[in-house]
Ligand binder design. Structure first.
Ligand code: AMP
Ligand code: MG
Length: 484
């Protein structure tokens, strides 16, 4: 182990004093570990003992070099600017460098109020801790950038939400906790020097390769890179049927990592306008809206960056978002239907497929697995798959003709299987894990955690039905609330 890695630091504290408030976390008494993400622990080459980890995740004691702070930011929530935001129930403890010298933020969530808590209690509940812990790992295993959670603990206290719920706290690991909303805040208070300071901080900690760029273009390239990474992330969500739930600009990370999980969902039956968050009555953050909302949030960021970059550079970053999104999305969707060669008709082929899947209410994950079982249109017709209808027949005809335009059409089914996860963290599975955990049984969570870490193979240890579409209507499309 490299000796320089044995201590944490908090690099964010070196920024201007008004960027944060120092916090003494309110520890959980008599905490018990719920789950420890050992894969992440190893990925980070962490050297924490079991008791050091429990102390850290419960807020009872921190490794040398940690300095808990709450960050100030603002942001647009459901389309409206809120100037009063900041870390209300989480604190940045500091950073740990991995063996590549990359710093990783350690953020403790659920250990009490901060100056930005407004009327909130600063606490977290076991339910949402588990959802974030599992969701981040599931996305990571699917190759989609996401924050991850290192560990969760709980105790016997109860916290008031819609009902009384068990209390928990957890440690979120991220490339950074700087959000789009941090820059919106600095633009709002017209703090150009502060914005430069923060942009330099993001370059230093997240995008050090940008230091090689001429100073005159460096901030424009930073904006461009953030837009690019955001587009790649959202294209990934669309391709796996992931809905974030609360895409407010304070929940957008400048590292392009899936951040601040709300009532997220991996879709069951495909529904273009699926809304996973029942507080989102207008469907602002529906599945179909996510790419546009990503652009809208990038527009907010670009506007804020107006203090540092030209109008032309702002526009260029937004074009980067659109071009990157279109390219990445189509690439991923092509792969999901086994195609590799980029052809102009593919965009329409994919769009028409989604319309049909929506109309037919087909399971978004299983459709592709089943498609891999058929080698031609006739085989589908013989099996009456996916259903007897002229529209499906017409689409299948186009699709199998299109397959023949591949250099290796015989590799299509194999390609579908390579890009279709067998294990998907459906909301009903999440709910079963939470129900067991709330009864003190963490075994199912451990097994689900292992399954979602290897989504492209079947692992023993979880119920076989988890690899099938939901068996009953009430397991499908569970809609959750914002309350976390
Ligand atoms: P979120 O919906 O988790 O993105 O939170 C939006 C804002 O509300 C953030 O500034 C949070 O810190 C704050 N917040 C949400 N829940 C609580 C809570 N229970 N206690 C304090 N602040 C909270
Ligand atoms: Mg948030």
């Amino acid at each position: 182990m490299n000796p320089s890695q044995t201590e944490f630091t908090n690099l964010y504290c070196q920024l201007s004093r008004h960027f944060f408030s120092e916090i003494t976390p309110e520890a959980l008494h008599e905490p018990k570990l719920v789950h420890h993400n050992r894969t992440l622990h190893d990925d980070l080459q962490l050297a924490l003992s079991a008791s050091e980890l429990l102390d850290m995740v419960s807020g009872n004691g921190f490794p040398a070099g940690c300095r808990p702070i709450a960050q100030k930011y603002t942001g647009h929530q459901f389309g409206y600017y809120n100037p009063d935001l900041g870390d209300g129930r989480g604190v940045l403890l500091g950073q740990w460098r991995d063996s590549n010298q990359q710093p990783w933020d350690f953020h403790l969530k659920g250990c009490g109020q901060t100056p930005y808590s407004r009327r909130g209690d600063g606490r977290a509940v076991l339910r949402s801790a588990i959802r974030e812990h599992l969701g981040g790992e599931a996305l990571h295993a699917l190759g989609i950038n996401s924050t991850r959670s290192l560990a969760i603990c709980h105790n016997l206290e109860a916290v008031r939400r819609e009902t009384m719920e068990p209390r928990a706290s957890y440690i979120r690991i991220a490339k950074t906790h700087v959000r789009f909303g941090h820059f919106e805040w600095l633009a709002q208070i017209e703090d150009k020097a502060g914005m430069q300071l923060l942009a330099d901080y993001v370059i230093e900690t997240v995008y050090p390769h940008l230091k090689a760029i001429d100073a005159a273009d460096r901030y424009a390239e930073l904006l461009n890179t953030i837009a690019h990474n955001t587009a790649v992330m959202i294209a990934g969500w669309q391709a796996v049927g992931f809905c974030h739930g609360v895409l407010n600009s304070d929940n957008m990370s400048v590292a392009g990592e899936t951040f601040d999980f709300g009532p997220y969902a991996f879709m069951d039956d495909f529904e273009i306008h699926f809304i996973c968050n029942h507080s989102d009555t207008e469907g602002r953050y529906a599945y179909s809206q996510q790419p546009n909302i990503g652009l809208w949030n990038c527009q907010l960021l670009a506007q804020a960056f107006g203090l540092l970059v030209s109008e032309q550079q702002q526009e260029a970053a937004l074009n980067t978002y659109v071009e990157t999104y279109n390219h990445e999305y189509l690439q991923r969707m092509r792969a999901k239907i086994g195609l590799q060669e980029p052809l102009p008709e593919d965009r329409e082929l994919v769009a028409d497929l989604l319309i049909l899947m929506d109309q037919s209410q087909l399971d978004f994950q299983h459709f592709f697995l089943q498609l891999a079982d058929f080698e031609n249109e006739q085989a589908c017709l013989n099996a009456g798959w996916p259903m007897d209808s002229n529209n499906w027949q017409a689409w299948l005809k186009r699709y199998f003709i299109r397959r023949q335009l591949e250099l290796f059409p015989e590799g299509c089914s194999q390609r579908i299987r390579q890009h279709t996860p067998l294990f998907v963290l459906r909301n009903y599975i999440n709910q079963e894990v939470i129900a067991a955990a709330e009864q003190g049984d963490f075994d199912l969570m451990d097994r689900v955690f292992q399954a979602l870490g290897s989504p492209f193979e079947k692992v023993s240890g979880v119920p076989a039905r988890y690899y099938e579409p939901p068996q009953s209507e009430n397991q499908k499309g569970l809609i959750l609330s914002c309350s976390s």
